[in-house]
Design a protein around this ligand. Structure first.
Ligand code: PEP
Length: 265
């Protein structure tokens, strides 16, 4: 039986003081009474403070990205050991926004600017290996754009993203990864993927992992759905056999909405 996992991606929101305030509100809203694994992922600058605010809450800390090298001349990057040092246990990798693929169009982002976001399946592979080596749980995001969906290549896109992201990683390590199916067109748009379809694509992720490794690994990995998850659609999504949790963006910035999603799990 796979344990449900709800993670909040706070994106580029919240100062340190605001992060503590939100954590205190989430703690009060959940009052220690939840069955799922719960993770919050603040910005890098709020991680250290958030770690103390989460003490004895049962809620885990995650980061929104990392670099795969442990140290060196990599200006502006953060390593897995730095994340561990501030108390992080999870890290989101391959989020579509880090890949330069946005659900809501960014009018002032030219194609040249988008290319500088720079995340690819190969960098995600290196980051996943580095996170696992450090003992962090990677939340590896995959998903198609609206153009890819309309072209009927959703399954192929997801399979290719997974195949490269998991290169050289052994099955016993893969079992520790949390995958997130995040259709790009559903992120931040309010347009949630139909629960049957979300479950179907999560099933494609599971069968791809089974094909790359074995059926036991496919059955073990936890797969979240992410993309406009809200209190009013969470229970339906989370009741599906292949959906083991949710990666929540906008709704994770409201303590009552986030708590309602956790309770739905
Ligand atoms: C996300 O950022 O991973 C996400 C799913 O965002 P939202 O819930 O706002 O669509």
């Amino acid at each position: 039986m796979r344990h449900k996992i709800i993670a909040g991606n706070w994106k580029m929101h919240k100062t340190t003081a605001e992060a503590v305030e939100l954590i205190n509100e989430i703690r009060a809203a959940l009052s220690g009474d939840f069955a799922a694994d719960v993770v919050v992922c603040p910005t890098f600058t709020a991680l250290y403070t958030a770690s103390s605010a989460l003490k004895d809450s049962g809620i885990k800390l995650g980061a929104q990205n990392m670099f795969w090298k442990d140290k060196g001349a990599y200006t502006g990057q953060i390593s897995s050991s730095m994340l561990k040092d501030v108390g992080a246990e999870y890290v989101i990798l391959g989020h579509s926004e880090a890949r330069g693929r946005f659900g809501v169009p960014e009018p002032d982002f030219t194609p040249e600017i988008l290319s500088y976001f720079g995340e690819s399946d190969s960098t995600i592979n290196r980051k996943t290996i580095a996170a696992l080596t450090a003992g962090l749980v990677p939340i590896v995001c995959v998903g198609e754009t609206i153009d890819e969906r309309n072209a009927g290549v959703t399954d192929r896109v997801v399979e290719e993203q997974l195949t490269v992201a998991l290169e050289t990683i052994p099955s016993e390590e893969t079992c520790k990864i949390v995958f997130a199916y995040e259709p790009v067109w559903a992120i931040g748009t309010g347009e949630v993927c139909d629960a049957d379809e979300a479950d179907r694509v999560c099933g494609v992720i599971r069968s791809t992992v089974a094909k790359l490794f074995d059926s036991a690994t496919g059955e073990t990995v936890r797969i979240q759905y992410g993309g406009s998850v809200k209190p009013n659609n969470a229970a339906d999504l989370l009741s599906r056999p292949n959906i083991d949790g949710a990666l929540v963006g906008g709704a994770s910035l409201s303590a009552s909405d986030f708590a309602a999603i956790v309770m739905a799990a």
